[in-house]
Design a binder for this molecule. Structure first.
Ligand code: ZN
Ligand code: ZN
Ligand code: ZN
Length: 87
């Protein structure tokens, strides 16, 4: 998997990075984990290894960046635009 520095991702620069998560369950199917939050709008969806609602949301909304939940210093950030993890 590719890893990219945040400063080199144009999507990250254009995305507000302060999202608050009220409920970490998938908005579509209610799955509790693993889930991802959209960094553009705060939508929570499940990951590709389950029902893929985070990916579906990113495609439908053109919101490129997700972060893994629960939010923690170790949670990863993925950019669909760059197809890479951001660090
Ligand atoms: Zn789901
Ligand atoms: Zn979104
Ligand atoms: Zn990007």
């Amino acid at each position: 998997m590719a890893t990219l520095s945040r400063e080199l991702c144009p999507h990250y620069a254009a995305t507000p990075v302060t999202v608050t998560v009220q409920d970490s369950r998938c908005a579509e199917c209610g799955l509790e984990a693993p889930t991802r939050v959209c960094m553009s709008c705060g939508h929570v969806g499940c990951c590709e290894s389950t029902n893929g609602h985070a990916t579906a949301h990113a495609r439908e909304s053109s919101h490129p960046i997700i972060r893994s939940l629960p939010l923690a210093p170790s949670s990863f950030i993925w950019c669909y635009g760059c197809n890479a993890y951001l660090k």
